[in-house]
Design a protein. Structure first.
Length: 55
């Protein structure tokens, strides 16, 4: 069953190349942006962790 799903997915990718590229590129940009945002938030929240009276 899983083999058939992969067959259909690859056929669809090769049949609609431009549409597939736009979707995959958009997904990659979205994931990269989310990762960068989470890394930035983690960095901002990591300051002043060693002080006793942190705010």
């Amino acid at each position: 069953m899983l083999k058939n799903y992969f067959k259909i997915a690859f056929r669809s990718l090769f049949k609609n190349k431009v549409y597939s590229f736009i979707n995959i590129f958009g997904l990659a940009v979205g994931l990269a942006g989310t990762m960068l945002l989470l890394l930035w938030i983690e960095n901002e929240l990591s300051y002043d962790q060693s002080y006793e009276r942190k705010t």
